[in-house]
Design a protein around this ligand. Structure first.
Ligand code: NG6
Ligand code: CA
Length: 522
């Protein structure tokens, strides 16, 4: 379909769907509410780290309750075929924020001192929403690199979130297990003492502070070799850090600090449409939940951390309610990649698991090409517009950019968000149709199309199985699964369906070659 016709069709469909709902509800809405309706909704993207499909109550979790997330599902749409873009954080986030598959930029898990991965002239989810009149903010995990070369943590740190469309940013630079362990607000490290400058290295020890190797007796939680760098707040991290003592975070207080900053941002911007990317660190390692949640489950820190995530959801929803903007706020709940138990620290996640199944009915997990790596618990709620329900439409986080552009009346140009599709009717539960096909990434590429899943031949690293106990999926031969019959991907039917394998292989190659140009097919 010609691009301009398709955009027009999407907008017409969207606005006619909205008109129907608006007209039906008109009669019982107060004048204030009517006024609210004509405004673009606030958007809260509640993004959890390493949360699996089976980790949430309404997706079948055992051993942990998530009443606040379940309530969101009761009032919104629970998706069963929704994907993040990759089985690890950096590439997933890259694709979600740029609408471009991460393999196009060679993105993989970044160290804490990496330069920024997103070009400042790239169209992004926040820059698009900003053009649509939104005030945009990120609070939480970033993990997309900062600066344009060697970052100096003691000066203005840029480019970063503010240079790609966020008006406000309060972030942890990479992951909780990587140095530097500090908060960065806009361009500066928070609470930094000039007399105690920060130094960071991933190659060699800097400063003379204890590490996990030299002083294991100081640790709150044991760690593997990779996580045995500088000890900060009783936890040894990946990499080395010196200085910045007044600025160092306390893992246990992270949820409160994030909530405080998120509330502040929403409150300040409650009279204008706002977009908040609330990017949690939980339930990624190191798992040190606040003492309020310790012992809430029998699963130890991993289970207690899920309770903490659920509590945060409750707090955010309460704030939206207090500000009387909940009705016109689109809340998206999802995760950046699949679950892992042992990811470097001895926090007993495996030993205390009980009957809980983090991957739900799927195989694999974080790092894996199998479904649990990228099939995410995903809920979208917008009380004013969405009828509660469940949807099996095929959608990806990579589609948020094009879909929210359609929602807010923004047009994407030829080279912007090349892999993002407008699936807005599916996101709002007005259509059961999502995308026709979707690429997901691990160490290789997979293509989902209808009931079929094809995994491109490519060797997955052995440590995924050996160190993490996760089936990496794929291998040197092509893999093809019929997900309708084999949700656990246990039966590779590639040799039975050579024509299908060839067709999907070709399609994947075509998508790979397409590069940074939007095809006219949404
Ligand atoms: C890995 C880390 C793991 C985690 C992951 C990133 C080792 C052995 N493992 O390299 O602990 O930090 O990177 O996770 O270093 S993610 O969810 O941010 O992608
Ligand atoms: Ca993650």
């Amino acid at each position: 379909m010609n691009r301009s016709i398709s955009v027009l069709a999407a907008l017409t469909l969207t606005s006619s769907l909205f008109c129907k709902v608006t007209a039906a509800e008109e009669t019982h809405k107060s004048p204030e509410k009517k006024q609210e309706q004509s405004r673009n909704p606030n958007i809260v993207l509640f993004y959890v780290d390493d949360l699996g499909y089976g980790d949430v109550g309404c997706y079948g979790a055992e051993g942990v309750e998530t009443p606040n997330i379940d309530r969101l599902a009761d009032n919104g749409i629970k998706f069963t075929n929704a994907y993040c873009s990759a089985a690890t954080s950096t590439p997933s986030r890259y694709a979600m924020l740029t609408g471009s598959y991460a393999f196009r930029s060679g993105a993989s898990v970044l160290p804490g001192d990496a330069p920024m991965l997103i070009d400042t002239d790239q169209k992004t989810l926040p820059s698009m929403l900003k053009e649509a009149g939104y005030t945009t903010g990120i609070v939480g995990k970033w993990h997309l690199g900062l600066g344009d070369g060697e970052v100096n943590w003691n000066e203005a740190i840029k480019p970063g979130p503010l240079e790609i469309g966020f008006d406000y940013s309060y972030i942890i630079p990479a992951t909780g297990d990587r140095v530097p362990c500090v908060w960065v607000e806009n361009h500066h490290v928070v609470d930094l003492d000039d007399e105690d400058p920060i130094r960071v290295s991933y190659d060699e020890k800097v400063g003379n502070e204890p590490t996990g190797i030299s002083h294991p007796e100081l640790l709150k939680v044991g760690a593997d070799e990779q996580h045995s760098g500088t000890i900060i707040n009783g936890v040894s991290r990946i990499g080395y850090m010196a200085g910045g003592h007044t600025a160092r975070w306390k893992d246990e207080l992270m949820p409160y600090r994030k909530l405080w900053k998120a509330r502040e941002f929403m409150e300040k911007n409650q009279d204008n449409p706002f977009f908040l990317y609330f990017s949690l660190h939980g339930i990624h390692v190191p798992r040190l939940p606040n003492q309020k949640f310790i012992g809430e489950t029998d699963m130890g820190p991993r289970g207690d951390h899920i309770v903490q995530v659920d509590w945060l959801m409750g707090q955010i929803m309460e704030k939206l309610e207090d500000m009387v903007v909940k009705e016109n706020t689109l809340v998206i709940f999802t995760s950046d990649n699949g679950p892992v138990l042992d990811d470097g620290y001895d926090d007993q996640a495996e030993e205390l698991l009980g009957s809980h199944e983090p991957a739900g009915p799927f195989s694999g997990g974080k790092y894996s090409a199998l479904e649990a790596g990228t099939r995410m618990p995903t809920i979208i709620s917008w009380p004013q517009e969405i009828e509660p329900g469940e949807s099996d439409a095929l959608i990806g986080q990579v589609d948020l950019l094009a879909s929210l552009a359609a929602l807010t009346g923004q047009q994407l140009k030829g080279n912007e968000a090349p892999d993002s599709r407008n699936v807005l009717p599916a996101l709002l539960g007005k259509s059961g149709e999502g995308r026709r096909e979707l690429v997901t990434e691990s160490w290789t590429l997979s293509l989902r199309q209808g009931k079929w899943k094809y995994i491109q031949p490519g060797d997955q690293p052995e440590w995924i199985k050996e160190n993490k106990g996760i089936d990496p999926g794929g291998g040197s031969e092509p893999h093809l699964y019929n997900l309708e019959k084999d949700i656990g991907e246990t039966n590779n039917v590639a040799s039975e369906y050579p024509a299908k394998v060839e067709e999907m292989k070709k399609l994947l190659e075509k998508i790979e070659k397409r590069g940074q140009v939007r095809p006219g097919i949404d």
